[in-house]
Design a protein around this ligand. Structure first.
Ligand code: ZN
Length: 340
């Protein structure tokens, strides 16, 4: 994308949006100011524990928790704000019927007119003893690469503290992909890892696809490499619980949105949860998995990954944990079963 007026959120290639931020069109500036005002107005509500088949705390809940056997999965809301463009332009293939189904799944995504309201969410998987795997690190502080379009500052550090997680408790940071709304709190603007004891896990294909001047490379990959903290994994990778009864945490390649996109499967207590990353970014892609998002790197591969992941999730009855829907945990198959 070379046109600086084209919105890049969420998770468009970082080089274009970051490099265009300083010359952003007036429309983008207005969006950013509005988003900042919104983010500033959101207070941190109490911790919400959810136990129903379709857990849907209201938009703005900073922390929501579900247990999967020995694992506790925490949804951590970094920010909420408007997409800087229309939803129809972002999902040009969506039909009126798709939008109608999407509205039932995520009503808070629908603002006035043709707007799209979205959360920017990370997840933490806490094991017995308090060791934590963090999945994605949000939009980051003022001045982060996402600042050109996202409602910075995100609130992840305060939300982690509310959840009882200190930066030093995080032993692994999984980056689903290297877009700027997913790595914002990985390093400080000075390039220091935010989580001092963590290794940062990203698919090799994701790093390999970055050009030498891409913002993701200079802002996050090179500092992490310099600190000896970046672990490039290749394909399906068991992160925790290998060979043990009681569950596991597994990285699953789900390419297409970006070349090395990955999702995270948590199994425990006879249940499954999928942290999807940006395999789907709006409920319209849950309603109709064939609907593409305009900024997917490889639309055909992205569609295959989305259809396969959602098919697997449906068959196993898994809970979905998405980055951008306005509810932390979604099990639409339970809704379908309940409503026919
Ligand atoms: Zn995203």
């Amino acid at each position: 994308m070379n046109d600086p007026t084209v919105p890049s959120a969420p998770s468009a290639p970082s080089a274009s949006s970051a490099s265009s931020a300083s010359s952003a069109a007036p429309g983008r500036r207005r969006v950013l100011r509005g988003a900042l005002a919104l983010a500033g107005a959101v207070a941190l509500p109490p911790l919400v524990a959810t136990g129903s088949a379709v857990a849907a705390p209201p938009t703005g809940s900073a922390v929501a928790v579900r247990r999967f056997g020995r694992y506790e999965v925490l949804a951590l809301l970094d920010a909420h704000g408007p997409f800087p463009g229309t939803r129809q332009a972002a999902f040009p293939g969506a039909t009126a019927a798709d939008w109608e189904r999407a509205r039932r799944l995520d009503p808070a995504a629908f603002g006035t007119g043709d707007t799209w309201e979205l959360d920017f969410r990370c997840y933490a998987v806490r094991r017995p003893g308090g060791r934590v795997t963090l999945v994605d690190t949000g939009i980051g502080p003022v001045g982060s690469p996402a600042s050109g379009w996202a409602p910075v500052p995100g609130k992840l550090p305060a939300v982690l503290a509310r959840a009882g997680i200190a930066p030093a408790d995080v032993e692994a940071v999984v980056l689903t992909h290297l877009h700027e709304d997913h790595y914002g709190w990985s390093v400080t603007p000075e390039g220091v890892p935010v989580f001092p004891n963590a290794r940062y896990l990203v698919q090799h294909a994701e790093v390999a696809a970055l050009g030498p001047t891409r913002t993701a490379r200079t802002y996050v990959v090179e500092p992490l490499l310099g600190a000896g903290r970046l672990d490039e994994v290749d394909g399906r990778t068991v992160l925790s619980g290998r060979g043990r009864p009681g569950g596991a945490v597994t990285l699953l390649p789900t390419p297409g949105h970006t070349p090395g996109h990955q999702s995270v499967l948590v199994e425990g207590g006879g249940d499954r949860l999928l942290v999807t990353g940006d395999v789907l970014v709006h409920a319209v892609q849950l309603a109709s998995p064939a609907v593409g998002y305009r900024y997917e790197a490889d639309p055909a591969t992205a569609r295959r990954s989305r259809e396969q992941l959602l098919d697997d999730a449906r068959r196993s009855g898994a809970v979905l944990a998405t980055a951008h829907l306005n509810r932390p945990f979604v099990r639409p198959w339970a809704v379908e079963a309940a409503t026919g």
